[in-house]
Design a protein around this ligand. Sequence first.
Ligand code: SAH
Ligand code: SF4
Length: 348
Amino acid sequence: MDRNEIIKWLKDNDQNNLKELYRQAYEVKLKHVGLNVYFRGIIEFSNICQKDCLYCGIRRSNDSYERFQMTKEEILGSAKQAYEMKYGSIVLQSGERSDVQFVDFVTDVVKGIKNLSDNTLGITLSLGEQSKETYQQWFEAGAHRYLLRIETSNPELYKKLHPADHVFNERLNCLTVLKEIGYQVGTGVMIGLPGQMLEDLADDILFFKDMNIDMIGMGPYIVHNDTPLGKSVDGDISSKNFELGLKMIALTRIYLEDVNIAATTALQALKPIGREMGLQCGANIIMPNITHTKYRKFYQLYEDKPCLDENASLCRDCLSGRIASIGESIGFNEWGDSPHYFKNRILK
Ligand code: SAH
Ligand code: SF4
């Protein structure tokens, strides 16, 4: 598949053709990563953010959310729950902060999670742009994967989505630094952004390959009405973005083959069975939310975020049933690392 073919598929709205695309993607998935779905319990531990991305509900300038930060004990409590539920790994995500207090707090939490799980829980961080020293410190504490979406690989579009002090090349450089340190690196984009062309999305997929990315976490852009970008959107873009989201998963699976691809919560926000549909189009990772329910309503990157009231064990049971219903199984107690990462290591 080349760029032109990817664009052709992104333009194709014939449901029979798309079924065939999803079938092909599923075959590639079975061949390269198998039928197991891996869980990463995600803990969204703080909505305090120093940045002001124009699309995001918890951007610094939005004063309609109370700001919170979970305590170390609360985070360790959620991680312990994930461990007891046999999730192989967890993700720590929050707004971006780079002060020493925060950096040391995260280091301490990562060490605490390693301790409580006898070193067995895998830890992914998704804490934005940081210095090389900070990434190194967190890696040494025990984190081994990092998720940093490039948001769009088109620098011009990136500029329109962010204030002037958010710099595309700095974000790009972070991905290189993370690789150098030895993290398994994940990136991704938002799909269906105002001003984004289908050609941009095709280039995003080529970008994932060029950057030698191990994991992909991408999802539809969803409006948040308290944001400048959300306010600029006319009409309902959700069903268009949902379908584009599925196509992007399928095309990325076919083009990159052996990476981990998440069926993200944003898919579920637009359709209750959105994540299962993502799995059927080539994704193999799900990130169940294990954040304490009392904080979830304050961590709304976009509107209509699902499962605001479901606790972690309810979420596990509901997901397990849904995954069995599509004939897949869950890799409990396994890290489920990206096969791509290991192939690369051997080649080096
Ligand atoms: N602060 C960190 C992690 C939290 S934000 C960071 O920015 O990397 C995690 C992701 O949420 C972002 O990368 C972005 O792609 C996504 N996001 C933010 N607002 C969104 C929206 N309105 N619709 C869909 N995804 C959104
Ligand atoms: Fe902060 Fe991340 Fe939202 Fe940007 S996307 S405002 S960095 S939480």
